[in-house]
Design a binder for this molecule. Structure first.
Ligand SMILES: NC(=O)c1ccc[n+]([C@@H]2O[C@H](COP(=O)([O-])OP(=O)(O)OC[C@H]3O[C@@H](n4cnc5c(N)ncnc54)[C@H](O)[C@@H]3O)[C@@H](O)[C@H]2O)c1
Length: 419
């Protein structure tokens, strides 16, 4: 029996896509190499913040099946690849999962199938990495026998206003006919599609979006350091600048950038630019500025602790919000890890509180999880607000019995020091 859609990789991108497809009435299956993910979803348990267990139950009731057998790909009308594109240990783009998923698709590809790469990658990945393998192994031609497109995912975990359905979907086909088939597919799932000239333009658009955030966050981080040196209130500066109704997009400084995308995607763009002999100086400057922030936060914390009678060594520092952004439980590349590392190096006893993160490990050593917020604040010598989760009661934090370093510009009061 044919299946409308097979999603490869059921993570932060693949699972919401599969959920949306089920809700739109498409017969949908998932293929993932992770046994835990497959077992969890099969039992109705979600591992992704934006998709709750009730939604997974709805998917299963609609016929959604998930497994570790790639042969399901051979029954798909459309296959969407949503596997990770991370970095190697030395910081280079890592396409291993895309290559592995492509090999699985190639082995099962049938005439008429639409294949879409959603994983973020450098321009040329769909055309020069995915396409040749699909064609060589299957003996089929893209644009003639099957269709191939790139459609970058723009999902913003935790965003309650914009999700898959109402965020315009950029689509680039290997040929105009490929684009047409991809547009027909995504039009069943999203309100607006935007057709790029080709796959490379769609790939580059995604990298531009995230590099734009990366560079602008680095800019406000540097401005925060500059304002600190001059005794200027950076949060007031940002507030005033953001009242300009045109030509300015607000960004907030903090302990650094995290997650699967913002710290990673600019490396793909930079590596591609380097290979083309057109290095992007702004990206490397931004990286240096961002890399400085965790140490800067630790320095500020140490300065606050180094008051008479409060040495850093042995002091208890409470990190509030160790996820990489507000209101999610994802700690991948979270700046909380280097902040904790720098504080530990100075001898501080680091504990954390984050209702979204049940366990937090840095360099193989678990950071103790503080039991309840009031008790944790009472026990700490210093609290550092890293992520301003909506569930944090700001009045409780502002009345904390210990000093609070606020890296998000949300608190005020005699005990509060802002970044
Ligand atoms: N997380 C985000 O907010 C976000 C937003 C936009 C784009 N993206 C991009 O989407 C892609 C996926 O990211 P993610 O956050 O969903 O990753 P993820 O780690 O949450 O999920 C990826 C899933 O793919 C599975 N997988 C890995 N290799 C596989 C293979 N060869 N075959 C089948 N399954 C495999 C993993 O087990 C995992 O369940 C990346 O390229 C990322 O840059 C992510």
């Amino acid at each position: 029996m044919m299946i409308d859609l097979v999603v490869i990789g059921l993570g932060h991108v693949g699972l919401p896509l599969a959920a949306r497809a089920c809700e739109a009435g498409l017969t949908t299956a998932g293929y993932d190499t992770d046994a835990e993910v497959v077992a969890g979803l099969g039992a109705g348990r979600s591992h992704i913040d934006d998709v709750d267990d009730g939604r997974v139950a709805g998917m299963l009731a609609a016929g959604f099946r998930v497994g570790r057998d790639p042969s399901v790909i051979g029954r798909a009308a459309t296959v969407v690849i949503c596997v990770p594109t991370g970095l190697t240990d030395d910081g280079a783009p890592d396409l291993a999962a895309v290559r592995a998923a492509t090999a699985d698709v190639a082995a099962a590809l049938r005439p008429g199938t639409l294949v879409v790469l959603e994983s973020t990658s450098h321009p040329g990945t769909t055309q020069d990495v995915v396409r040749p393998v699909l064609e060589r192994v299957s003996g089929l031609r893209a644009g003639e026998d099957f269709h191939l497109a790139h459609s970058p995912e723009r999902i913003d975990p935790g965003n309650r206003l914009f999700g898959l359905r109402n965020t315009p979907k950029v689509i680039g086909g290997c040929t105009p006919l490929c684009a047409k088939h991809a547009v027909a597919f995504y039009s069943r799932l999203v309100d607006t599609v935007v057709v790029a000239k080709g796959t490379r333009e769609a790939e580059a658009a995604k990298l531009l979006e995230n590099t734009y955030r990366y560079v602008n966050i680095a800019l406000v981080d540097e401005v925060a350091l500059y304002c600190d040196a001059l005794g200027i209130d950076v949060w007031d500066v940002l507030h005033c600048a953001a009242t300009k109704p045109f030509g300015y997009a607000p960004f907030r400084p903090g302990a650094g950038v995290g997650g699967h995308c913002i710290p990673v995607d600019p490396h793909y763009l930079a590596a591609s630019a380097d290979a083309a002999g057109r290095p992007l100086g702004l990206v490397s400057a931004a990286r240096s500025a961002l890399d400085r922030m965790p140490r800067h936060v630790a320095d500020r914390a140490a300065a606050l602790l180094a008051r008479p009678g409060e040495p850093v060594a042995g002091a208890e520092v409470l990190l509030l919000g160790v996820a990489y952004k507000p209101d999610v439980g994802d700690v991948r590349h979270s700046p909380a890890a280097p902040v904790a590392r720098h504080l530990r190096e100075r001898g501080a006893h680091v504990v954390y509180h984050d209702p979204h993160v049940p366990e937090f490990t840095v360099d193989g050593t678990a950071v103790p999880c503080a039991p309840g917020l009031p008790r944790a604040l009472a026990a700490a010598d210093l609290a550092v607000l890293l992520q301003d989760h909506a569930c944090y009661d700001t009045s409780l934090l502002m009345r904390a019995p210990c000093p609070v370093l606020d890296t998000r510009g949300r608190l005020s009061g005699p005990h509060v020091t802002q970044l």
